[in-house]
Write a protein that binds this ligand. Structure first.
Ligand code: SF4
Length: 580
């Protein structure tokens, strides 16, 4: 009997002239330096396979500030997890493990089964989406370039690779610094520098991936033959290296995942899923669910509630949540409370126009309290007509609450905006004078809210208090919410003062000594013209703003509000006096 021995792929013997290789190494280092110099924030995705070890070594050798992460899919080989430890300790660098959202994984398993990817290509694509692509999008928030260890030779799908490629869907650049390296050169580099080698490379694995989808290959097989071996050659990609738009299309066309939203815009890991999808965005969904619960609690507990609505982005999100809270299936109903706006008379026209259009479109009831009326009555006194009316809003607000006997007023304030707001409870009790006492707040254990008030007292309620500015923009992108145009980049005449860009308007005219200029700006927050400033920005879409917000070091009010800069405690003082 003739016994056939299967010969597995083996690490190539070193046959390369090392002096020739040195030229390639120098070029590689020059490429890495070019990437680090050309971009503010760059990350490298490693699978711990041979190519990725070469890139890791080059990053460590050049000492450039490129962060390293790995997609910890939850299905990696034990050997891969051990390699992470080994590489971290050899180079003293941190490999950030980016994991899929547990809710998405659970829903994938419920729909397809743990190893459903063997059953169909669609199920494989959905698994790779949940475990790899969505986490990759999360890993790339806030960066402007990323690197891979891909080579042209590796697969038919990689034959056209270049060093630099536009990752247009994510609005960044992708680099493949090893695109023109051969397999022999990779292994010569590894052996000459004695780099750690993934143990599976010694067991016939030419490529490293998830444990159930990767196997050893035979000698002379294609190096990617061990990846998803049950599929066609052309399908041997997980989607990480095709454009996100294409991935969405693939997922959309082939699985019950129904959203065609861009993969990138929402940093949460399940960006492409809508509320009708069986696979959902657990992070934004949790925030949404909490806010809807709070809004329903207000309606359930309070006799005469209302919701503040200015036409600003936070109130637009809150209004959208309220409409979801009281919707029957797909049928919209009128909100069981009116909207209230305290109009200082010094608002941006675009915002007031948007407010009125929204109210008309949705058939909502809007009550407007005018600061002008308070001025006429004498309850608000200004030194001159152009004085800021921002603080005066509190008086008009209290008058409006009294006039309509509101016992609860929902507002779009968030904890991350300002430190006084961070102190406040979700249900914030106000006494009969509308005052807030930060030392006498009601506990909110286990999300049990106490909205009981006596006549004349009221509650201010903040359904989106736990959201951050980034969450707001991710939600706006996900839900495709319209906003007033001034939230996006536009040219505006401004004067630079005290680190702020003060807009030149009738209410804030420039003085003879001011030097004004026209800059590309957008508003992060909108309020009274007298105290709201734009920021320099060319961001024209929610996706652009998500990227800017992820990088920003300053809170939105810190960057834009003159009123919050007058003293450390200006917001807290105003809140104690009745401000929302
Ligand atoms: S490689 Fe396999 S286990 Fe890993 S994410 Fe893709 S289908 Fe799922």
């Amino acid at each position: 009997m003739i016994e056939q021995t299967i010969r597995l792929w083996r690490i190539p013997e070193q046959t390369i002239d090392l002096s020739a290789l040195q030229i390639k190494i120098d070029i590689l280092h020059a490429r890495i330096k070019h990437i680090a110099q050309a971009h503010r924030h760059t990350r490298f995705a490693t699978s711990l396979a041979a190519e990725d070890m070469v890139v890791t070594d080059a990053i460590a050798t050049t000492g450039l500030p490129i962060e390293v992460f790995t997609l910890d899919t939850g299905r990696l080989h034990t050997e891969t997890l051990q390699m992470i430890e080994q590489v971290q300790s050899r180079y003293g660098l941190h490999i950030n493990p980016i994991q899929p959202a547990s809710g998405d994984v659970a829903q994938y398993i419920a729909q397809y089964g743990l190893n459903g990817f063997y059953e169909s290509e669609d199920a494989k694509k959905a698994c790779c989406f949940v475990r790899k692509i969505a986490p990759l999008n999360l890993a790339l928030v806030g960066v402007d370039a990323w690197l891979t260890g891909q080579r042209r030779e590796q697969a038919v799908t990689r034959g056209e690779l270049d060093f630099e490629e536009p990752d247009t869907a994510r609005g960044m650049t992708k680099y493949n610094p090893l695109y023109d390296w051969s397999e022999s050169e990779i292994w010569a580099y590894i052996q000459s520098r004695q780099l750690p080698i993934h143990p599976l490379h010694h067991q016939g694995y030419a490529s490293i991936g998830c444990e159930p989808c990767t196997r050893a290959i035979r000698e002379n097989e294609d190096v990617r033959a061990g990846r998803w071996w049950w599929l066609q050659k052309e399908s041997k990609e997980c989607g990480l290296h095709v454009t996100p738009a294409a991935v969405v299309k693939v997922v959309k066309d082939s699985t019950p995942v129904t959203s065609a939203q861009s993969v990138f815009p929402v940093a949460s890991s399940t960006t492409a899923f809508t509320e009708t999808s069986p696979l959902r965005n657990d992070y934004l969904d949790w925030l949404e669910a909490e806010s809807i619960y709070i809004i329903r609690e207000v309606v359930g507990q309070c006799a005469n509630p209302a919701m503040l609505f200015s036409g600003g982005k936070d109130s637009i999100v809150m209004f959208h949540l309220a409409r979801k809270a009281f919707r029957f299936g797909t049928r919209e109903i009128k909100l069981p409370f009116p909207l209230v706006h305290i109009d200082t008379g010094h608002n941006y026209a675009e915002v007031i126009q948007f407010r009125d259009q929204t109210v008309a479109r949705t058939g909502s009831k809007l009550i407007v309290g005018h600061v002008e009326d308070s001025i006429r009555k004498g309850t608000v006194k200004l030194r001159k007509p152009t004085d800021s009316r921002n603080a005066a809003q509190a008086t008009t607000l209290l008058e409006t609450i009294a006039e309509y006997s509101f016992d609860a007023l929902m507002g779009g304030a968030r904890r991350d905006e300002e430190k006084a707001r961070a102190k406040e409870r979700i249900f914030s009790f106000r006494d009969e004078f509308g005052q807030w006492d930060p030392k006498a707040q009601r506990p909110e254990l286990w999300r049990l809210y106490n909205a009981r008030v006596s006549t004349g007292e009221n509650m201010r309620v903040f359904p989106i208090s736990n959201w951050t500015e980034l969450d707001i923009w991710q939600y706006i992108a996900r839900e495709k919410l319209d906003l007033p145009s001034i939230y996006y980049t536009h040219k505006r005449e401004v004067v630079q003062k005290n680190g702020l860009l003060v807009p030149v308007t009738d209410i804030t005219p420039k003085t003879p000594s001011d030097h004004s200029e026209y800059l590309d700006v957008r508003f992060r927050t909108v309020g009274d013209i007298s105290c709201t400033c734009p920021v320099a920005s060319t961001a024209g879409t929610p996706e652009d703003i998500i990227r800017e917000t992820a990088l920003s070091q300053i809170t939105e009010r810190g960057a834009t509000r003159m009123d919050d800069q007058t003293s450390e405690a200006s917001m807290e003082r105003r809140k104690k006096e009745g401000y929302f």
